[in-house]
Write a protein that binds this ligand. Sequence first.
Ligand code: GLY
Length: 405
Amino acid sequence: MLDKVTAKSAMKTDTTEIITSMKRFREPPVRPHAGDVAIVGAGLIGLSIAFELASRGATVRVYDAAEPAHGASWAGAGMLAPLTETIKDESLRRLCELSLRAYPAFTQAVTAASGIDAHLRLDGLIYAAFDSATRDDLLMRAERLQQRGFPVRTLDHREAIAFEPVLGKRLVGAILMEEEGHVDNRRLGRALSAACSALGVAVKAGAGHVRVKHDQRKVLGVWTDDGFFAAGVVINAAGAWAARVEGVPPDCVPPVFPMKGQMLALALPPALIRHPIWVPDAYLVPREDGRLLIGATVEDCGFDSRVTAAGIHVLLDAALKALPVLNDFAITETWAGLRPATPDLKPFIGATPLERYFLATGHFRNGILLAPVTATLIADAVEGQEDETLRLFALQRSQPEHAHV
Ligand code: GLY
């Protein structure tokens, strides 16, 4: 385990690297680009990569079977929470932390190019306990994280209520992840689409099944419902559908599968809740317009994306047990999305055995969080700069034997 000093200094080095790399968003391209790039999948991952590569001077086309940023990118709650998510794999947790630190520069660059504010808020996330066993677990967790130098604070009842008055009398204890927060992922999707257009990226919605064309050694381009488009680089960012991108050799197909998440929204007065709140079995994420998002189920049921009575029941039960004050608010929306999961729950980011064919998929619960760092890593890889980090997220790493979690 890293001690406090090591963790902090390692973080500083990585942060410096990320900040340096993120500066590219604001500066004119300084390196030769890699030619025409085709990206399969216009979710936040695909669009972030397109934005980064176009910022560096590449000519980029993005293909999606549906509308841009309307899959898991639209369905998520936009929570940016690497510590709260309890990510067991150290390399993935560190990647998530790097991406969190990159978020302010990333959203600034996207807003500058698009004129759309994605409502990034990194002013804390509360993890709340309503019984003494959960509180004791939280306190132990906070202590472990503090010992490793992470910005986590324990809150007594008074402090927690001052932070979020809605937590009420039943609260027994809480911890505050001081630097975590949220972004409005739907606004970010719109902002990224506009930013990509501003940089000349062609985003083709309704592209149908995309088929990759190659000559056994390297990619040549993609077939879509509109015909063939030559490309020197193809990037599979098709989320839960990544294993269905056709035409590639079998050893380039990522073992990605869908994991459904159902959610709902309540209409609250704006600012009644200001920070994301984790409660047992659910999380609550506020939006600037007053909506409170409540999520999310984790269901292994293939490509079934229906909202079900049982799914909504589970979420409401957890949310209302914790915060009975929510009982009387109207439900304004229910929806479901398909997270791209992998057998070891780590994403696939980087090269494949097929030359110039890259993967950026399998981000499971952390796709929105990992968008900035994925974009930087993939753009670097496309330009021939292989980052050591990518070995940990390579398609060829060993996988657990069971197909699903
Ligand atoms: N990141 C939260 C979720 O996937 O439900």
